[in-house]
Ligand binder design. Structure first.
Ligand SMILES: Nc1ncnc2c1ncn2[C@@H]1O[C@H](COP(=O)(O)OP(=O)(O)OP(=O)(O)O)[C@@H](O)[C@H]1O
Length: 246
């Protein structure tokens, strides 16, 4: 992306963000509360357009093509750039199976064999298949918190996006479920480019290849995770990763 700026009404929340994100790598976005992490993430699949008070300026290219061009359909971008939220959000009236397949069905796919194959494949990739294969008709909300979050990951990957955006996916989970999602993030990067917003620096360290540090709506620095955590170039980054402010 190049020179990305975002306003909520008259208040500017992101300032001149430019960066390149490598394919099939995990990029962690870190920074104190209110620094613009979620705002940044939502620029990457045109989510802000669902909110009329938001203005986004600048360029975001996906595989070399501008996603903000007038001729690009935002729903197609959201299919190519999937999102997993902080709080797991299975559709409450839908079964486990329906939750995973909803995106494909909305895209008009009806072929039963295809849907069944994609259902199993998505649940396997989300490391949930073995736990739910005998109760695919049960409500999605009958699963535990960690399982629901993996269900949401299966739902996001069922439409085979190229990029997965994850906004604090583990913040509502216990340490065991968190560990499972963190392992999953690392395994998913074989197939996806992942951008992970997290407050948890250990999580960023364990899962990501690159880390970007934001402060007051600005990108302070971005580097390999190892370099940023051991030898940051800027004082605010050092202060943040050493816990001098949160
Ligand atoms: N819908 C909105 N309307 C108005 N201002 C908003 C809206 N969403 C975010 N902001 C503002 O934009 C700035 C960045 O918010 P954002 O949620 O992106 O921060 P964040 O780093 O993700 O925070 P947190 O870590 O607390 O989730 C904040 O000043 C926030 O108040």
């Amino acid at each position: 992306m190049h020179d990305l700026n975002v306003w909520f009404g008259k208040k500017q929340s992101l300032f001149h963000i430019s960066m390149n994100i490598a394919l099939h790598q995990v990029l962690a976005i870190i920074g104190p509360s209110g620094c613009g992490k979620s705002t940044f993430l939502r620029c990457l699949n045109r989510m802000h357009e669902l909110n009329p008070g938001v203005k986004v300026e600048g360029s975001v290219k996906l595989m070399g093509k501008e996603i903000y061009s007038a001729d690009v359909d935002p729903t197609l971008i959201r299919r190519r750039v999937g999102m997993v939220f902080q709080k797991s959000t299975p559709f409450p009236t839908m079964s486990i199976e329906e939750n995973v397949l909803i995106g494909l069905k909305l895209a008009g796919i009806r072929n039963r064999a295809f849907l069944e194959e994609r259902l199993e494949q998505s649940l396997r990739m989300a490391a949930l298949w073995d736990e739910v294969k005998d109760r695919l008709d049960a409500p999605g909300t009958s699963l535990s918190g960690g399982q629901q979050q993996r269900l949401c990951i299966a739902r996001a990957i069922a439409v085979q996006p190229e990029v997965l955006l994850m906004d604090e996916p583990c913040s509502a989970l216990d340490p065991i479920a968190t560990g499972q999602i963190e392992e999953l993030i690392v395994s998913l990067k074989k197939n996806y480019t992942i951008i992970l917003v997290t407050h948890n620096l250990q999580e960023a360290g364990k899962t990501s290849d690159f880390t970007a540090f934001f402060l007051d709506g600005k990108l302070i620095e971005m580097d390999s995770t190892k370099k940023l955590f051991t030898n940051p170039r800027h004082k605010p980054t050092e202060d943040y990763i050493t816990g001098r402010f949160s």
